[in-house]
Design a protein around this ligand. Sequence first.
Ligand code: GLU
Length: 438
Amino acid sequence: MAIIEDRRLTPAHGILGRDKDRFLSEENPFEAMMSRFDRAAELLDLDPGLVKVLRQPEKQIIVAVPVLKDDGSVDVYTGYRVLYNTSRGPAKGGIRFDTAVTLEEVKALAAWMTWKCAVVDIPFGGSKGGVNCDPEKMSLGELERMTRRYTAAIINTLGPDSDVPAPDVNTNERVMAWLMDTYSMHVGHTVTAVVTGKPVVMGGSLGRREATGRGCMIVTKEALNHLGLAVRNATVAVQGFGNVGSVAADLLSQEGCRIVAIGDRHVALYNADGIDVQKAIEHSRKHGSLKEFTGGDKMKPAELLTLDVDVLLPAALENVITTKNASQVRAKIICEGANGPTTAPADAILDEKGVFVIPDILANAGGVTVSYFEWVQNRGGYFWTEDLVNDRLRDIMCRSFANVLDIAKKHKVNMRTASYMLSVERVSTVHKLRGIYA
Ligand code: GLU
């Protein structure tokens, strides 16, 4: 069993040399996930039968979601819910509303949730859902009707013991409240634990909204410490200014880092002296984007990714660091706040350059960790203080970072491969113990 990471994986060798189609589909997120899984399975010398089991999602649901529009016409959207693996516990994973949602994407995201929950060792499997739509073009009423109809369409999979959604791209507490209500109406009583990321007044957890960004801040500090870099004045560029990017930027700046660049889907801004993140958040909240924010100089969004900074924090969507730009990345650390921001072939280029990547399944696991706390609080009917939530989150993130780093050192692999090794090992151990039901 070869356990030394092959640092020469380039388009002509290794992963890509073995499978030309993967190169052609560099931006297929499911392939991106699968090639990392295959690598970990190989290094773990995983039983071939288990490899077959873990390469398949357990359940894939595709539903039509008809929605009555405000003008009386009807639109029909396509909705998905994929349960990738539930061996370790109920399926857990967010729901996104976006024009880029496809079955391939939802499958990849559901698999990432499986590995993510296992990396931080919380007792969940992985799932994901989404509706292909443009929420920016929908009224609040249309959004509510779509959410309720989608929930009703997948109701048989949902439940605190079977599948527990949460917010993701373009969904929030408001959407989770509709989902919880729809489910509760169907079963005839209020079930708070069917969804996490709810408003606090109806059973949400304190600290959940900030949890993903807070987790990113915690592991970024761990990485800076590991590399012997000072946290104070460390320079950071944040791509994406939604719930993850804006909170991570804010908390990192509170820790003394200098946030020199931020960007959203409309604009990217640079300020060598450090952007006033609080002001940027206020502006974005008020105007819906960073457009017209005067706290930095405008630059091309692509430039943000190749700035000479200590930390690059991609916190938007998949496939932003690819074979096209990876060789130009100058950051010392990449903290993947988004799911799947780096393509599999780009990993090898970043390795070659010595970039320390905190992979998505570890870096952004703070969100699902506090989702787990929310589910525990709902089931216990007893709520924790925000300090307790944040302390327990810090413990889990620091311990998980240390566990992954140990594996990386021991097997001389990068942090991504180490994270997959840890999680695939945990999931497959449970599979072995449970056996194949016949
Ligand atoms: N959507 C978030 C993620 O990708 C959170 C999932 C959850 O809390 O269940 O990790």
